[in-house]
Design a protein around this ligand. Structure first.
Ligand code: DP6
Length: 367
């Protein structure tokens, strides 16, 4: 029988939300800067319910070179007014991001009530090219949440949990960008202290150190705007014909992956990671309405990865997020061989030959 994941997680959430309500109402004038990286999911979050709660647990590698840096200028305003803010991206006012940031502030107000007494100017910039197709909402929301928590000057562990909790309310995957190198978001029996309301780092004693050396070469196949947003994609999971089977599979894959990470079994790692990537896109193709985000060059790269792996036995695998770009994952010890192949054979499939070479990292920080 299939588990009713939704009712189980609701109980969990009701028990824990109040710990993030702060009594911090002080009137302050301050400036704070934080940066937070993007992340790449190995077990995918695809389907949500309630207020940004996942239908299944997800696990990701936190990246390091692809990050958002955000500066908040906070000034007191008279009490009782609604929150007010300005948003700038790369030095320019960005009214198109206003509604997303407004929804975020509305959601987090009960947990950061001091926001109502302040005007906040947000200045954000990405280290990676704008409209590269790299999911920027994860790093952007994680950087913003980190700044807000930095203002509250909380103790370290609790500050990270609260930052992840707030980031989740902006974008689910952002909850996984606060810590690193590996984080898990979503309650699962496989990871102690895992939660639907914030992400937790996987303890380094619980996985093989080879995963701390992992590289991620991001092949920019199509840098255009996505035709269907992730938010819409999550919605389409609500009545998806394979929805329940998928959520069950994600729980099982999580259990398997946790063991694989511990054992350092790279062949089994490849199988799970590629299955998750292809399942994500299969769900897009089999929903209603159905859609395809992969590009013909995405397929060419996938075929090349399979051929190269068969010929060389080197442990390189691909994963995809909700777009056409391909992330190639491999351990540092094989980077010279693998990157030589990437540069010579795969550049041709990338828009303007663009490849970003990143690696796993430690998460958000105050700068
Ligand atoms: C395919 O976190 O972007 O990248 O919560 O609506 O902001 P929202 O969705 P988002 O979804 C990310 C989906 C994914 C898989 C993943 O990162 O786990």
């Amino acid at each position: 029988m299939l588990k009713d994941f939704t009712s189980e997680t609701s109980i969990f959430v009701n028990m824990n939300l109040s710990i993030f309500k702060t009594n911090f109402f002080n009137s302050i004038q301050t400036k704070v800067t934080c940066q937070a990286p993007s992340n790449i999911a190995l077990i995918k979050y695809w389907g949500k319910h309630g207020e940004q709660l996942p239908k299944n647990p997800s696990l990701s590698f936190t990246l390091s070179s692809c990050f958002t840096k955000t500066v908040l200028d906070i000034i007191p305003i008279s009490k009782g007014t609604d929150f007010s803010f300005d948003f700038y991206f790369g030095g320019k006012s960005k009214p198109e991001f206003h509604s997303k940031v407004k929804v975020f502030f509305k959601r987090i107000l009960p947990y950061c009530p001091w926001i109502a007494n302040h005007h906040i100017t947000i200045n954000s910039q990405n280290s990676f090219p704008h409209s590269s197709g790299i999911a920027s909402s994860a790093s952007a929301m994680a950087a913003l949440a980190s700044c807000l928590v930095a203002v509250e000057e909380l103790s370290d562990d609790y500050a990270d949990q609260k930052a992840s909790f707030l980031a989740r309310l902006g974008s689910g995957s952002a909850s996984r960008s606060i810590n690193g190198p590996i984080t898990v978001w979503g309650a699962t029996d496989s990871v102690e202290e895992s939660s639907d309301i914030f992400a937790v780092p996987l303890s380094e004693s619980d996985y093989n150190p080879i995963f701390n050396t992992y590289c991620d070469a991001i092949l920019l196949i199509d840098q255009g705007q996505k035709k269907v947003s992730s938010t819409k994609g999550h919605q389409l999971m609500e009545n998806h014909p394979f929805g329940m089977a998928r959520f069950k599979q994600a729980f099982q894959n999580m259990e398997k992956l946790i063991k694989i990470l511990e054992e350092g079994d790279l062949d089994a790692f490849i199988t799970i990671v590629e299955t998750e990537a292809l399942t994500l896109h299969a769900l897009m193709m089999t929903g209603s309405p159905n859609y395809i985000l992969m590009h013909s060059n995405t397929m060419e790269v996938i075929k090349s990865v399979w051929n190269f792996r068969q010929e060389t036995k080197l442990p390189v695998c691909f994963t995809l997020d909700a777009g056409a770009n391909v992330h190639l994952l491999y351990p540092q010890k094989d980077a010279v061989h693998i990157e030589d192949w990437i540069d010579h054979k795969l550049k041709a499939f990338c828009q303007e030959g663009m490849i970003i070479k990143d690696k796993v990292g430690r998460g958000a920080k105050k700068v």
